[in-house]
Design a protein around this ligand. Structure first.
Ligand SMILES: Cc1ncc(COP(=O)(O)O)c(C=O)c1O
Length: 440
């Protein structure tokens, strides 16, 4: 990186310059993408991992590092979009998985491992009296929303603009994409309880549930205000709707998730990502009287099934991670490390006069090139070009970061690696502050 070369250039030119460097550094990734494109649209099967001109193809990973097919080593601050919470190949979880492989991986019958994980989740989340497993966060939300409709006999779900509850429920652009059942959705502004009330009044007796992320993840790492979540609890009770917390991302913030931090008790909770110990995972749970309606031995049980719901490896990896690795102390430590990184990033951006803010919570940090922290997705003013600039630049400096700007720490991320990130980000700001908004 050359610190003066980008001075007085526009952001488009800076991006073009970085793109040349990126092409030169990553011929094998480009080749892999070209081959992949023949069978996968765009060479991709997970849209969030796509970025232009082509994404790095990863060859292997261990601890806090990933290595790409061109042989570059990166410190990983993507960590599989928060699902890689334990770091790559956590030895304790790996030992448990290896042992499990010798005993068979697909039993086709109930087994003690699912009971152990269920007991662990019920023990950690005070609102979860019963739990059931599925295969992804998307699926968990689909089921909780369907369950709410079935139990209340009401057709509508109230969600929040800019929220994300899975690939079929992505509300940044409500009418786009593959969103399902959109006519039976209603939307209010995040962190605006009055707007939620208006929606409930408008569709009185027709809203089955309010679904909310206690921190909007893909919406920009925007934390719900505590008073907002309290108000939603009260509104749900007042209007006879159920309250669903989507804690697919936020469960990692404390043993009992963000609901425990905020002390707000939802009726139902959706889980996923990191709680599966690095394997494919989804779960939902909540009040016993609600989830028990799925008890297949009861009359008129609500049918809920799924071939891999009790996947042996996932149950073991999830249980091992939660009981042997992710103790309350460890969670606090990684959150503290994230907070420390947050304040250092703010420090270096302020000293360079760049308008910059970091939202998120603990070990999940959303970087925005704007002075004011967004309170809902509509107040995110950072442009796609600014995100692309920092993404491209940080990749070239050896840091695997996501295009959308939300980085996260795994349990394998060290203090030294956070320091290295700060140093690299300072280099990025030194080179590119001309193309970023200034503090006024
Ligand atoms: C808040 C939230 N809910 C649900 C999901 C969907 O989970 P999955 O990708 O496992 O289907 C995600 C994924 O990013 C998420 O961030």
């Amino acid at each position: 990186m050359v610190s003066t070369q980008y001075k007085s250039r526009g952001i488009d030119q800076a991006l073009a310059d970085l793109e040349v460097c990126y092409h030169a550094a990553n011929p094998k990734s480009r080749g892999c993408r070209d081959l992949a494109r023949r069978v996968l649209p765009g060479g991709n099967t997970r849209a969030v991992l796509h970025y232009d001109p082509f994404p790095l193809f990863i060859d292997n990973a261990s601890g806090s590092h990933v290595r790409d097919v061109d042989g570059h080593d990166y410190i990983d601050f993507t960590n599989d979009m928060t699902a890689g919470f334990y770091g790559h190949s956590n030895p304790i979880i790996f030992a448990a998985i290896r042992k499990a492989l010798d005993n068979g991986i697909s039993f086709g019958g109930p087994h003690s491992h699912e009971v152990a994980l269920a007991e662990t989740l019920c023990g950690r989340f005070s609102s979860i009296e019963r739990v059931r497993f599925c295969n992804s966060g998307t699926e968990a939300n689909l089921v909780t929303m369907s369950l709410a409709r079935a139990l209340t006999g009401r057709p509508l779900i109230l969600a929040f603009k800019g929220g994300y509850h899975g690939s079929l429920m992505s509300y940044t652009n409500i009418n786009a994409g593959l969103n399902i059942d959109i006519n039976n959705m209603r939307f209010a502004d995040f962190n605006d309880a009055d707007d939620a009330r208006r929606a409930l009044v408008t569709d009185k007796d027709r809203i089955a549930a309010i679904i909310v992320e206690p921190m909007m993840g893909s919406g920009g790492g925007i934390l719900a205000e505590r008073s907002f979540l309290f108000a939603l609890r009260e509104l749900a009770d007042e209007f006879g709707a159920l309250l669903i917390f989507d804690e697919v991302v936020t469960a990692r913030f404390s043993p009992g998730g963000l609901q425990d931090v905020f002390k707000v008790r939802p009726d139902l909770t959706s889980l996923g990502k990191s709680l599966g110990g690095g394997l494919t995972f989804g779960a939902f749970g909540g009040r016993a009287d609600l989830i028990d309606r799925m008890d297949p031995s009861s009359q008129n049980a609500l049918m809920h099934s799924g071939t891999f719901n009790n996947n042996v490896l996932t149950m073991i990896a999830g249980y091992t991670g939660l009981t042997k690795v992710a103790t309350a102390e460890v969670l606090m430590e990684v959150n503290d490390r994230g907070d420390c990184l947050r304040s250092k990033l703010l420090e270096i951006s302020t000293s360079r006069g760049v308008a910059f803010t970091v939202t998120g919570y603990g070990s999940v940090l959303s970087l925005h090139f704007q002075a004011k922290a967004p309170v809902d997705p509509s107040s995110v003013t950072t442009t796609a070009a600014q995100r692309k600039l920092s993404h491209r630049d940080m990749l070239l400096r050896g840091f695997c970061v996501p295009r959308r700007g939300t980085i996260n720490l795994s349990l394998a991320t060290s203090d030294e690696e956070c320091e290295a990130f700060v140093h690299a980000f300072a280099g990025f700001l030194d080179d590119h502050h001309h193309q970023l908004p200034a503090i006024l």
